[in-house]
Ligand binder design. Structure first.
Ligand code: SIN
Ligand code: MN
Length: 265
């Protein structure tokens, strides 16, 4: 799948692009069965809420490690995911920085504070914001189940110095309260990424995004595939975060079979 010139311009202007129904019901069924299997694994790469429910499952795209998955490995290599990401990043040489499935369980699943992904990734040592995330919804996304919200055009502000937010079970770098209030007051309304399972969104690493509590009776399952340009890989050292969140495999990712997810069933 190739982005049109118009789509590329929209990505540059808004900082995100939505692809309604990009993956079929059959493909979503394969990925959902895998998510259910992965959620029962105990490993460092599986993060739980304080209640014990699974919040995130990292590193599902490799062929080794506790949370490896043939289906998710195939997903990140499909032309539907990889070709538009290469175009958006302006290079044919990109690799997966990390993958995570955010399972946001019914009633228990909590907030992701407003943040820019490059808030963390610059701290990891990535020199430039040549990074983007391709997210695929594995359940129907509605506002009530804690949909992802994005702030259109906010990537153009550049990186905002983050603070370390420890209020959720996955501690990370978020935008300070006074700054996000001021940005929201000056901006158009945030946009919820809603749609049937199989819908996808590609977004720039400086785009402001967040999501709320899951108040619904069903889990909200999304896979986030974060990409980096190979030329932008960080230097690794003793203080680098673990491999499951900052991948040491920085080799260019090859395009593979667009039917790979179905074949992994
Ligand atoms: C993220 O921004 O990394 C996750 C947001 C979400 O799962 O809603
Ligand atoms: Mn994020």
């Amino acid at each position: 799948m190739q982005l049109s010139e118009e789509q590329l311009l929209r990505f540059r202007g808004d900082g995100f692009l939505v692809f309604p129904g990009l993956f079929s019901k059959a493909e979503v069924a394969v990925l959902r069965a895998e998510t259910a299997r992965l959620a029962s694994i105990e490993a460092d790469s599986v993060i739980r809420e304080r209640t014990g429910a699974v919040r995130s499952i990292f590193r599902v795209h490799e062929d080794d490690g506790a949370t490896r998955s043939v289906a998710f490995r195939a997903l990140v290599r499909t032309p539907r995911v990889l070709a538009p990401t290469r175009q958006a990043l302006g290079t044919g040489e990109v690799y997966v920085y990390h993958t995570k499935i955010n399972t946001k369980p019914a009633i228990e699943g909590t907030v992701w504070m407003w943040h820019q992904d490059y808030g963390s990734w610059q701290r990891d040592g990535c020199p430039r914001p040549d990074m983007a995330t391709f997210a695929v919804m594995l359940t129907d996304s509605v506002e009530m189940n804690g949909a992802l919200y994005v702030l259109p055009g906010s990537h153009s502000r550049g990186r905002i110095e983050p603070y370390y937010d420890e209020s959720t079970s996955y501690k990370f770098w978020a935008v300070p309260k006074q700054e996000i209030i001021s940005v929201l007051q000056q901006s158009e309304k945030p946009v919820p990424i809603v749609g049937p399972a199989g819908t996808a969104v590609l977004f720039h690493c400086n785009l402001l995004h967040a999501s709320g509590h899951n108040l619904s009776a069903e889990d909200r399952w999304h896979i986030y595939i974060s990409f980096n340009a190979c030329a932008n890989a960080p230097q690794f050292g003793p203080t680098s975060r673990p491999d499951w969140v900052v991948s040491r495999n920085t080799k260019p990712l090859p395009l593979e079979d667009d039917a790979g997810v179905l074949k992994a069933a």
